[in-house]
Design a protein around this ligand. Structure first.
Ligand code: ADP
Ligand code: MG
Length: 317
């Protein structure tokens, strides 16, 4: 097998077909149709072996995670994921590895009806780079920069489990019964594309939590030129983080990365409608704080005491 038969066997033959793909894998570039009332939203994320995942992981999970990490960025823009291209750097040609990898890729893409439309295949240290393209009604892409003082801050789910899974990989003892659920949070994160239309309707700004709530909320605040107060007891800490980290669990929720929940803001007067719309589709989100005119992050505890919060999270450099 060579580079080209590899592409045919593992990627071209399996790619999901969509009516809007004029042509995909096989030409020098792919061609898709963008509806006139929509805009393209584009994002790239790389996963590097031993940085974002371990090369000892099941390749199914590596591919799955690569898709979710990319879909999450599209979800944060309140867009709908449509097409991806895959830049795959492999240290060797391993059929078994590629079989599992392509299964994970297909299963993850299928969930959202995303078509694989191209890519590049090279030899080198194991790295998976996806470029994802999504569609959003024109003018409706949600940015980091729209938060206003007085807006409520929401998060779409519980935080801290993925960071706990990383601690487990570094030697933290976790009961065998909890290990699958925990590793699932790291390897197969849920992404919140199901929130897209609700976010388009109500939200003023959004970001996905890839590096940690405090770091990512800080990015949103900087982009919006505002600050934020978080209510300590309102932050949804994942039950496994509480079980294994007790008092430190809150730090996992505030600074742990890889959860891929969404953090978003909305004007206070839209809060009741947001909650009603979420109820209608059986989703729940957590109100965790409020946007402030004064820059910087702060946490407020139950007796009303405010303390500054240093944004911390994952940074490559
Ligand atoms: P070029 O040399 O013109 O860049 P390639 O030989 O790299 O083209 O790729 C041939 C075709 O296969 C292209 O359509 C490309 O998009 C696609 N392709 C290459 N690698 C992958 C991959 N890992 N997954 C999906 N499509 C791929
Ligand atoms: Mg090429």
């Amino acid at each position: 097998m060579n580079e080209f038969s590899l592409i045919d066997v593992f990627f071209k033959s399996k790619a999901l077909s969509r009516n809007d793909v004029v042509f995909g894998i096989g030409d020098d570039a792919a061609c898709v149709t963008v509806p006139p009332d929509k805009q393209l939203v584009i994002s790239t994320d790389s996963l590097v072996a031993e940085v974002h995942f371990l090369s000892s992981w099941d390749p199914y999970d590596i591919a799955y995670k690569a898709v979710m990490v990319n879909v999450s960025d599209i979800a944060a823009m309140a867009a709908e994921p449509c097409w991806v291209s895959l830049a795959l750097t492999l240290p060797e040609l391993n059929n078994l590895w590629l079989t599992r990898f392509s299964q994970g890729l297909d299963d993850a893409l299928q969930q959202f009806g995303i078509a694989l439309i191209g890519g590049d295949t090279t030899r080198g240290p194991l790295t998976i780079t996806l470029t994802i393209h999504g569609l959003v009604p024109a003018g409706k892409a949600l940015r980091r920069s729209g938060a206003k003082p007085g807006d409520k801050i929401y998060v779409s789910g519980e935080l801290g489990a993925a960071a706990l899974a990383v601690s487990y990989l570094h030697g933290l003892v976790i009961d065998e019964a909890d290990q699958p659920e925990l590793m699932n949070k790291l390897q197969r994160p849920r992404t919140r594309v199901d929130l897209a239309s609700i976010l388009q309707t109500y939200a003023s700004a959004a970001i996905d939590i890839s590096d940690g709530l405090s770091a990512d909320l800080n990015h949103l605040c900087v982009a919006s030129q505002v600050g934020a107060s978080l209510f300590m007891s309102a932050i949804p800490v994942h039950s496994l983080a509480k079980k294994y980290q007790q008092t430190k669990a809150i730090d996992f929720a505030l600074t742990g990365g890889d959860d891929y929940e969404l953090c978003f803001t909305l004007p206070a007067e839209k809060e009741a409608q947001l909650i009603a719309s979420l109820n209608e589709i059986g989703l729940s989100c957590y109100a965790i704080g409020v946007v402030e005119a004064e820059k910087g992050l702060a946490v407020v505890n139950d007796d009303g005491k405010r303390s500054p919060l240093e944004p911390r999270g994952y940074s490559h450099f």
